[in-house]
Design a protein around this ligand. Structure first.
Ligand SMILES: [Fe+2]
Ligand SMILES: [Fe+2]
Length: 195
């Protein structure tokens, strides 16, 4: 039914900034899907959104923000502001996940979460990613993309038959559990790259 290009496996970006911009667009689509889902499908649509958000924000926190902190003009304050935004959204996400999509406040909270997440994404694009692109080489952006892709593989939004069972076990649990799992995978990939 959906003709959107929201299958992360199809993403072949090798530039970390391109990859993160694609994920921002994907997150926007996943919010649409939760909003438009009939009540019976809402929980599964929300699961996909939670997974993608957890994986995306964890990848930024592990890979991109530390780099931006070191390399950007005023990097500390740019990154501190982004982390504060991410934290605020994360608190709301955890609260919503706990209450579940049957909660009477769910759609109201979803609208709040959407506004917070998308405004955060715009700030990243404006204050962080533009500078990041200017201050890094293509090789550095490719190296960072590897970690983001490894994390993304944990969050197929519309899994192909056969791959679903492999990823299913990785991705149950609370947003915090998913973030922990993503962090482990990212650290393994990034450590290997550094020898
Ligand atoms: Fe972020
Ligand atoms: Fe982001």
């Amino acid at each position: 039914m959906s003709d959107r290009q929201t299958v992360p496996e199809l993403m072949d970006d090798t530039d970390v900034v391109d990859l993160l911009l694609r994920q921002h667009a994907l997150i926007r689509d996943l919010f649409d899907e939760v909003e438009e889902a009939p009540a019976a499908d809402r929980a599964e649509a929300f699961r996909r959104l939670v997974r993608m958000l957890a994986v995306h924000e964890t990848a930024e926190e592990e890979i991109v923000h530390p780099y931006a902190r070191r390399k950007l003009d005023g990097g500390d304050s740019v990154v501190d502001d982004r982390l504060a935004e991410e934290n605020e959204a994360k608190q709301l996400l955890m609260q919503m996940d706990k209450a579940g999509p049957g909660d009477p406040q769910f759609m109201t909270n979803l609208a709040l979460l959407r506004a917070a997440v998308l405004s955060h994404a715009r700030s990243e694009e404006r204050y962080e990613f533009t500078q990041l692109r200017a201050h890094t080489s293509a090789a550095e952006r490719r190296a960072m993309a590897a970690g983001v892709k490894a994390a993304e593989a944990l969050a197929p939004t519309h899994p192909h038959p056969g791959t679903e069972s492999a990823t299913k076990n990785l991705l149950v649990g609370t947003p915090v559990a998913i973030m922990d799992r993503a962090r482990d995978v990212i650290r393994q990939v990034m450590d290997n790259k550094h020898g």
